[in-house]
Design a protein around this ligand. Structure first.
Ligand code: SAM
Length: 237
């Protein structure tokens, strides 16, 4: 299922290596994704090259800017079918991974599939803005990722409350982001973050991708994240 040569082109660009064991895990996960997708809507991308590049290589791009350390705790917000969270865990099985999504069925697919390849991730069936107010999750993660979940301003309110001081939030974006970033700047500062780096690259035919790397430099005020209706109706300006 995974196109190994194609994947290698990208891992070379990202400056990372994934060994045969990891590729074998990817292969099993990709097979399960496409098989399960026949009866459960997990992804619109099911062709081998598309899955290889748009799901697996794209997820691995996070490692070009942040290589997860052994024993560190990562959280993927709005993980869907496990992108980028499951891929990062399969490539770094010595990290602790938590995956949050508001859709239970997708989390069940992830748990069962990771279990079948001998890995474990904590799955949390909750909205991010609810989990972010719970003491067990708040400011508890070294790295938080999110791909295709919300615009950066809302996403920062979902994600920054989870990040420890000194930790990193990585927002994965596929569209040109200048305007989105300037709209989000005030919220990022208020929530305790500071944009450290903006890294753009070409994901082959899939087009441009941008990773926005935000450092957590101060505590998030306790009123954030607010309930979802407030986040949507009264964005931080
Ligand atoms: N990150 C995955 C990817 O890139 O393939 C999934 C992207 S999908 C477009 C967005 C996912 O975010 C959905 O699975 C949805 O259930 C989840 N989601 C959206 N808002 C959320 C929230 N506030 N809290 C938790 N999950 C959320």
């Amino acid at each position: 299922m995974i196109n190994k040569e194609l994947l290698k082109e990208y891992t070379d660009i990202f400056g990372i290596t994934v060994d045969e064991t990891v590729i074998d895990r990817f292969d099993k996960y990709a097979e399960a994704l496409v098989e399960t997708n026949k009866h459960l809507n997990l992804t619109a991308i099911t062709d081998p090259d598309g899955v290889t590049v748009k799901h697996f290589a794209d997820s691995l791009s996070v490692m070009s800017v942040c290589k997860p350390e052994k024993g560190s705790h990562l959280l993927d917000v709005g993980t869907g079918a496990g992108f980028p969270g499951s891929v990062l865990l399969m490539a770094n099985p010595d990290i602790n991974m938590t995956l949050i999504d508001s859709t239970q069925k997708k989390l069940r697919f992830i748990s069962e599939t990771l279990d079948s390849i001998g890995l474990y991730a904590e799955t949390v069936h909750m909205r991010a803005e609810e989990a972010g107010q719970l003491p067990e999750y708040r400011e508890s993660f070294d790295t938080v990722t999110a791909r295709a979940v919300a615009n950066l301003r809302e996403l920062s309110e979902y994600c920054l409350p989870f990040v420890k001081i000194g930790g990193t939030f990585i927002a994965m974006k596929s569209v040109k982001t200048d305007e989105e970033i300037s709209e989000a700047e005030k919220a990022i500062t208020l929530l305790g973050g500071k944009i450290e780096k903006i890294h753009s690259f070409e994901l082959g035919d899939a087009g441009e991708r941008t990773l926005i790397i935000i450092k957590k430099i101060s505590h998030t005020p306790s009123k954030y994240p607010r309930p979802s209706a407030k986040i949507a109706k009264q964005p931080i300006k």
